[in-house]
Design a protein around this ligand. Structure first.
Ligand code: SAH
Ligand code: SF4
Length: 364
């Protein structure tokens, strides 16, 4: 059976080479060609003996997902739609800023967690992405951005904030994280790679033990009654458990704070009373807040809080000593803003109440 070498992290690749009677340093060379130089063609791996190249060609491929559309926003944000087969496509967004370049990547085709305000969730869930499909987003983005050598840092930061819940696809997410951090692959700093989770408590503990990176937690509500509705996974892992998991995570995290994401929904979670309740909730958790103005999508039952309300809400947190930023809406002219990523998902869950899919990006 043909193996896709992008499905392996360094350890997996070493094991596969060993199984096939090849030396560890050969695995490392191939790893560097694939990830540092972005080479998919074995014949272009010029310091590998022809006999080994022929063997690799017979047994394996280097196959990232195909880019089916590439859109550039007026503000420089760039959105890629990648075909992952079976009528599914996922989105990846590159966000250039003065001091860094951030790539926002997806981990699942759709998402089963069905948060009330999220376009991805409303589409339902098809499947977990493979390691090749996750790391392939970074591979393709580097290629599209013209990065030809691994020392170039066009993409300095990665956030797992695209489609899907990364910790619900734990093993593949962690393998992809390891490649991002590996000096023979992408060599990114642990502090510059962020996993965003809606709060899968047991998986947060595993991430802490197996591959601690920066952590963002999607909070969105200051009490269980409201969070149960907005983020249904809260019914399983309520706020008390989630705050305790955040504290445990910080024992091993590369940063000394958790980032709480909080989508600002007009009249739902944005009052001064909510801010006060929030301050009490996070009292014992070193944290920063990132307020996200709600990004609408077709059929969404919410409105964005006014700028004035967001500013007041932020002021409450800042006055209490919590570093609070409001996320700039980037790329909304190409539907690339937070929560707008829809890609194309063929829902296997037959979720009721799902809004119609948006097919406009995939022209036949
Ligand atoms: N599944 C993960 C990561 C992907 S979502 C998670 O939920 O954390 C990235 C962030 O965008 C999350 O904080 C999510 O709650 C937020 N988000 C989802 N839909 C949104 C919308 N319509 N407007 C603004 N933010 C949204
Ligand atoms: Fe899934 Fe995150 Fe969207 Fe919730 S906000 S449905 S966890 S992608």
């Amino acid at each position: 059976m043909t193996v896709n070498l992008l499905d392996f992290d360094a350890e997996g690749l070493l094991a596969w080479f060993a199984e096939n009677g090849e030396k560890p340093f050969r695995a490392r060379q191939v790893l560097r060609w694939m990830h540092r130089s972005g080479v998919a063609d074995f014949d272009a791996m010029t310091d590998i003996a022809k006999s080994l190249r022929d063997k690799l060609k017979a047994m394996a491929v280097v196959l990232p997902p195909t880019v089916v559309s590439d859109k550039l926003s007026d503000d420089g944000t760039r959105k890629f739609l990648l075909d992952v087969g079976g009528n599914n496509a996922v989105e990846t967004v590159f966000i250039p800023e003065d001091d860094r370049g951030t790539l926002c990547i997806s981990t699942q085709a759709g998402c089963a967690l069905d948060c009330a305000f999220c376009s991805t969730g409303k589409q339902g869930f098809n499947r977990n992405l493979t390691v090749a499909e996750i790391i392939g987003q970074l591979w393709r983005a580097n290629q599209a951005l013209g990065v030809v050598h691994g020392d170039e840092r066009v993409i300095s930061n990665v956030v797992m904030m695209g489609m899907g819940e990364p910790l619900a696809n734990f093993d593949n997410t962690v393998a992809a994280l390891r490649l991002m951090l590996d000096d023979h692959a992408y060599g990114l700093s642990r502090r510059r790679v962020t996993v965003s989770t809606s709060g899968l408590v047991p998986a947060m503990d595993r991430l802490r033990d197996e591959c601690p990176v920066a952590l963002a937690v999607s909070l969105h509500a200051p009490n269980d009654a409201l969070r149960d509705q907005l983020v249904p996974i809260n019914q399983k892992y309520p706020l008390g458990d989630l705050m305790a998991a955040c504290r445990r995570y910080l024992e091993k995290a590369p940063r000394d704070f958790v980032t709480f994401e909080y989508t600002m929904l007009d009249g739902v979670n944005d009052s001064d009373a909510h801010a006060r309740e929030l301050l009490a909730l996070v009292r014992d958790v070193p944290c920063k807040f990132n307020l996200i103005p709600f990004n609408p999508f077709p059929g969404a039952p919410f409105r964005r809080s006014s700028s004035e309300r967001i500013r007041k809400f932020a002021d409450r947190l800042i006055q209490a000593g919590i570093v609070t930023t409001t996320r700039k809406t980037r790329g909304d002219d190409i539907d690339a803003a937070c929560g707008q990523l829809a890609g194309q998902v063929k829902d296997k869950t037959r979720r009721t109440g799902a809004v119609p899919l948006r097919f406009q990006e995939l022209k036949p």
